[in-house]
Design a protein around this ligand. Structure first.
Ligand code: SAM
Length: 273
């Protein structure tokens, strides 16, 4: 009989958030696959669990995944953990789950800590419909294109971000969605310096010009007003050029098109100047 792959979420900051079922699953598994074995060893020591650990992360998953699958097919059970939070959510695991599901190995997901859901629930924004966007691309062009496609997204959006990229990301969100969109900046959730700032994108960009971003962040951004026209930056820039060709000053053409399309003024300036 084949074994089972257990997806075991681990605390995102507060060790007290490990559930009894997660601890029991870790204790009962034949082996544990961990994103970083040193990080997971600390948790296992805290729980007084001794288990063989194998490494499974972004850079070895092609070799490590089939080895784990082989052991599962031979009847062993495996608990998959990442450094923090829910495996397979912006973390290693997605490929292993697919590999196991394809080979007929049962996969059991145990509910538990997830930064995205924790942030959404405390954001004070609409939670009924949301889109998880994970990390935005680091490359400017790809990031701009991704945000361009999200401009008319009416659902609440959830982004992960590291502190060293927060300012850049806020500027990109501001350029795409405009200064008035609400954003909840959820920082260091479940930790000593937990903080939730509920601002607009304009206020958030200003705040972090004056304050150094520190710790881990989830950005929860309000969705677009229903019915916002889906006009791309390129299309809006063409509209500006057309108005300029008719004799309007750049400033006035940008203002008019921005009001008509919802495309941010500074993005339009950058595109036409
Ligand atoms: N799989 C994890 C989960 O479900 O929570 C997410 C892993 S992802 C590699 C790490 C990102 O999650 C961080 O860059 C940050 O955006 C977010 N994150 C993790 N822990 C957090 C915390 N305590 N407070 C705020 N954000 C956190």
């Amino acid at each position: 009989m084949t074994g089972t792959l257990y997806l075991v979420p681990t605390p995102i900051g507060n060790l007290g958030d490990i559930s009894r079922r997660c601890a029991e699953t870790l204790a009962a598994a034949d082996f544990i696959a961990a994103e970083d074995t040193r990080v997971s060893l600390k948790l296992l020591n805290h729980l007084e669990i001794k288990k063989p650990l194998v490494s499974y992360h972004e850079h070895n998953k092609r070799e490590s995944g089939p080895r784990i699958l082989e052991r599962l097919l031979a009847g062993e059970s495996c608990a998959l953990v990442t450094d923090a939070g829910c495996p397979a959510i912006s973390d290693p695991g997605e490929d292993l789950v697919r590999l196991c599901a394809g080979a007929g190995v049962p996969v059991c997901a145990i509910p538990g800590p997830c930064a995205a859901i924790t942030a959404l629930s405390v954001s004070a924004l609409a939670t009924g419909r949301f889109a998880f966007e994970g990390f935005l691309p680091a490359q400017k062009k790809e990031r701009r294109e991704r945000l361009e496609r999200l401009k008319t997204e009416e659902r609440t959006m959830i982004f992960y971000e590291a502190p060293h990229r927060l300012r850049e990301t806020l500027d990109a969100l501001l350029a795409a969605f405009g200064p008035d969109r609400p954003v909840s900046l959820c920082r260091e959730l479940t930790k000593l310096h937990e903080e939730v700032l509920r601002l607009t994108l304009g206020q958030a960009a200003d705040y972090y010009k004056a304050n150094e971003p520190r710790g881990e962040y989830v950005l929860v951004v309000g969705g677009a007003e229903p019915g916002l026209e889906s006009v791309s930056l390129e299309q809006a820039a063409d509209m500006v050029r057309a108005l300029m060709a008719e004799g309007l000053r750049t400033k006035d053409a940008v203002k008019q098109v921005s009001e008509e399309t919802g495309v941010a003024k500074n993005a339009l300036y950058a595109a036409v100047v």
